[in-house]
Design a protein around this ligand. Structure first.
Ligand code: DON
Length: 579
């Protein structure tokens, strides 16, 4: 009897204990409200460009394409013409969701071992910062495809603001100044990049000064006048290939001419009555977002409390299993049979849910990618846009690292991507984000590297409810996951849901990263059950974690005819604006 009483008492104590930490770290913040339209992006100027297009009568796709081109001018860290990405579109009148894949493709002369040195080890510099690190860019084709098929305005109209910003300049923000300063050593040693960003002599543009990009303006003008062909067959294509060949790259005119945008079947899942629509492979984002939500649906996270040790443990255990599966099963579906149905099935999630319930904490070494023959027949930036018609766009695009491979194709003014590093250059060797992979994501000519980008739309009863997504490499999927859980389970407004500190686990390394703001008792409870935690709180006040932030989420939530927008204030340059 006594033992039973003690047991009950300790349960009550534990419940009260964790509940008391459940809400202490919610910031009191409010979203921006609009009724006619909303744009949330990582750059204030680009956000304004998008809102202006909406005010001129453009739809969400028109605005999204205008923002995409504007970011290529005002946010060169990640906004781009030389990269690729994914766009999710919700068309209100057709109640249809579209998933656009404009990811980079490996050039025809790429081969599996192209980044290995003579000892068979991955040459990281070659994979990340050489001309070989670039895949064939898809952004221009992607934007034009979206506009032609789902927009209402002309290409000239939606490029005009970007062209003006490049040609006549814009005022350098503190954030851009700092980013260019940080990258100056790497970029200014490359003549064409030095010319584009540092006045040809290593001078970092000052905050508050006007920044003009004439070569980029020339490029945008060619695209505006001649469309897709200017970039993939004409004068820009010539400049890209000449620059590539001059510096040991392998992109040819044929590679560019062969680039294809692909409309793919979105990944659909359900979570507590909401429909989740996200990006299918070659992104891993949609599959693992839905897989983790499926596992978590079996617990009442709201009852466990936001950021209690129990909630964090359940979510982190789900993350480990998802990233473990990612390492084996995910790659470009045109080259590798990805077992999509199984990975997003409620049945498989239920098996994983039971593993977690049975054991509080599992070290990553004991977690293996699932054997799945069972049910199967096999510096990025994100922005969200909604319009008054109920359409929505969720777009994530990237040149991979901040400022890509740092190499401007001579005379074009834009940076090329280093997306080839997203391939698995050697089985088991981690890429820039510590992600490991194998056969499914090995380099092959014409293949698209596996991505974590997770542009996501949440739909409720046939109407758009939420548009969200994030940059952050491997942490994108977990950042999006937590934003959705904060809104749906913890009923937080989108601003609070975005501001709340995040955590991340990716199976390997076996370490739980936590942003600043979690309760020390919660951190200690997690360490006590076995987690290796890396949190600023464990290092003293002066510590800035080497791993930086976990995501930078730009979202819009639509409720009762109102649009609630939030841009993540982890980056000071972001802005959500509605009207
Ligand atoms: O596609 C991917 O998963 C990566 N290339 C994304 C890179 C990224 O998010 C970097 N940004 N912060």
């Amino acid at each position: 009897m006594k033992i039973f009483q003690l047991f009950v008492l300790s349960i009550i104590f534990l419940a009260a204990h964790s509940a008391s930490y459940a809400i202490q770290d919610i910031k009191i913040v409010q979203p921006v409200i609009g009724t006619q339209g909303m744009v949330s992006s990582q750059d204030a100027i680009a956000t304004k460009v998008g809102v202006n297009i909406l005010k001129q009568g453009g739809n969400a796709v028109d605005a999204a394409v205008a923002v995409g081109f504007a970011l290529a001018v005002t946010y060169p860290q990640a906004g781009n013409l030389g990269g690729g990405g994914f766009m999710m579109v919700y068309l209100a009148d057709k109640k249809k969701t579209i998933a656009l894949d404009y990811r980079e493709m490996a050039p025809a002369n790429a081969d599996r071992d192209m980044f290995l040195d003579k000892d068979g080890n991955v040459d990281d510099r070659k994979a990340r910062f050489s001309h070989l690190s670039s895949g064939v860019p898809g952004s221009v084709a992607g934007m034009i495809h979206a506009l032609k098929n789902y927009g209402t305005m002309s290409l000239e109209q939606v490029i005009a603001p970007a062209l003006d910003l490049a040609d006549n300049g814009f005022v350098v923000s503190t954030h851009l100044h700092k980013s260019l300063k940080r990258a100056s050593r790497r970029l200014s040693e490359i003549e064409s990049s030095n010319k584009a960003f540092y006045n040809g002599n290593g001078t970092v543009p000052k905050e508050g000064s006007k920044f003009v990009q004439k070569d980029l303006a020339w490029t945008l003008l060619q695209i505006s006048k001649k469309g897709r062909d200017a970039f993939y067959k004409g004068s820009i294509a010539k400049k890209i290939t000449e620059d590539s060949q001059k510096h040991g790259g392998i992109i040819t005119m044929e590679d560019l001419a062969n680039y294809k945008v692909i409309e793919r079947e979105p990944i659909f899942g359900s979570y507590r009555g909401y429909t989740i629509a996200s990006m299918p492979p070659p992104s891993s984002g949609g599959i693992h977002l839905v897989q983790m939500l499926n596992i978590l649906e079996g617990w009442d996270l709201n009852k466990y409390g936001l950021h209690s040790a129990k909630t964090i443990n359940m979510i982190a255990e789900s993350m480990k299993r998802a990233y473990s599966d990612r390492s084996l099963h995910l790659g470009d579906p045109d080259f590798y049979d990805v077992p999509v149905k199984t990975l997003i099935s409620k049945q498989y999630a239920n098996d994983l849910h039971k593993q977690i319930s049975a054991k509080n904490y599992t070290p990553s070494t004991e977690i293996r990618p699932g054997v799945l023959p069972i049910y199967e027949s096999p510096q990025t930036t994100h922005y969200s846009v909604m319009d008054k018609y109920g359409n929505a766009v969720s777009n994530t695009y990237t040149i991979n690292a901040s400022f890509g491979n740092g190499r401007v194709a001579e005379g074009t003014g834009f940076l090329m991507n280093n997306e080839m590093d997203d391939f698995s250059s050697k089985p088991g060797a981690p890429n820039m984000f510590g992600l490991i992979g194998g056969e499914a994501n090995a380099i092959e000519a014409g293949k698209r590297p596996l991505s974590s980008m997770t542009p996501t739309l949440v739909i409720k009863e046939g109407e758009i409810f939420m548009s969200t997504g994030s940059p952050g490499g491997s942490r994108i999927i977990t950042a999006v996951l937590q934003t959705i859980i904060n809104v749906i389970d913890h009923k937080m407004n989108i601003a609070a849901a975005t501001a709340a500190p995040r955590f991340h686990h990716q199976w390997h390394p076996d370490s739980l990263l936590m942003e600043s703001g979690f309760d020390m008792d919660v951190i200690n409870q997690l360490r006590n059950i076995g987690y290796s935690v890396d949190a600023p709180e464990l290092h003293g006040n002066e510590y800035t974690p080497a791993w930086g932030d976990i995501g930078m989420v730009q979202s819009i939530v639509r409720e009762n005819g109102k649009l609630h927008g939030t841009a993540d204030d982890r980056r000071q340059s972001s802005l959500a604006l509605g009207y």
